[in-house]
Design a protein around this ligand. Structure first.
Ligand code: TA6
Length: 283
């Protein structure tokens, strides 16, 4: 497949994918299936977790990387869990743009009969990926061409690769309103969360980026104010063992930190556009 400045098309376990590569060495790999980024190498190290037991059959959700949950978060509505965008083939919008030390690529989600049966609402959705030395930004854009108002929930469900989840420190949540999905309790985050078992919380997003400390390294995790929530998820040992697409010890090597809209759907008026991003930066 053709090599273009900034990237090239390739197959990943038979699935069409596109690799962005910077002259400096950082790279990202995105599947057209789900527009799911499944690898981001920065500073010579993989920064995203992809389960080695992920089904890569072009039908199932891929476990890891950056799934796009749209237009429904989890089971908060009538659609399949986390919506249909992650189990649909997206298309590339032209070649990547390489300018100096940054590469960018846009994918869009075409509608088809399966989607229209699930969600008759006309829509245009695209994902812009921007790779720079040490950083990766994903911007989801949702257009409502009308004729009706549109509502959706969703997330950039980012699986970060960590050395040992029980040792990481995710800073910046202290004091934020939170909902614990496991206990169904509302409260305020107190201190630094501990990941020593199943963890599934939805936070009101703060203004400042979060910082993940892992084995002497820091990753800054920022999101646009257009997402109301940040979700933090780790299945823990017991739940992980029940997930057929995870190795039993996979939970220890991942932490999901998601830019999300969970409780209150986003309204996109007729002819309106919404966009939301998450940016990961290695320090
Ligand atoms: O974002 C957290 C969450 O909604 C959890 O409740 C958990 O179910 C997770 O997503 C993964 O969902 P999945 O459908 O990919 O297994």
């Amino acid at each position: 497949m053709g090599e273009l400045a900034g990237g090239h098309a390739e197959l990943f376990h038979g699935l069409p994918a596109y690799r962005l590569r910077l002259p400096q060495g950082d790279s990202a790999l995105v599947l057209l299936y789900g527009a799911q980024v499944i690898s981001w190498v920065s500073g010579g190290r993989e920064r995203l977790y992809l389960s080695p037991r992920s089904k890569l059959d072009g039908l199932s959700a891929v476990r890891g990387g950056i799934p796009i949950c749209f237009p429904q978060f989890n089971q908060r509505g009538p659609l399949p869990k986390h919506g249909f965008a992650r189990t649909q083939s997206w298309q590339l919008e032209g070649p990547p743009a390489l300018t100096g030390q940054s590469a960018a690529l846009t994918l869009s989600l075409p509608s088809d009969a399966r989607i229209q049966a699930l969600w008759p609402q006309p829509f245009k959705v695209s994902l812009l990926l921007e790779l720079q030395p040490g950083s990766l930004r994903m911007t989801l854009q949702v257009n409502n061409p009308g004729p009706m108002p549109m509502q959706f929930t969703g997330a950039l469900h980012t699986y970060l690769a960590v050395s040992d989840v029980s040792e990481v420190r995710l800073m910046g949540l202290d004091g934020q309103p939170e909902w614990d999905a496991l206990t169904d309790m509302h409260g305020r985050a107190a201190g630094v969360p501990q990941f020593r078992g199943e963890f599934d919380r939805v936070y009101e997003a703060g203004q400042a980026p979060l910082v993940l400390h892992d084995a002497g390294e820091r990753m800054v995790i920022a999101q646009s104010p257009s997402w109301a929530n940040t979700v933090v998820w780790n299945p823990g040992a017991e739940k992980c063992a029940s997930l057929p697409d995870m190795p039993p010890d996979g939970y220890a090597s991942m932490l999901c930190v998601e830019a999300a809209q969970v409780m209150q759907p986003i309204d996109v008026p007729r002819d309106g556009v919404w966009s939301g991003w998450q940016c990961l930066r290695v320090q």
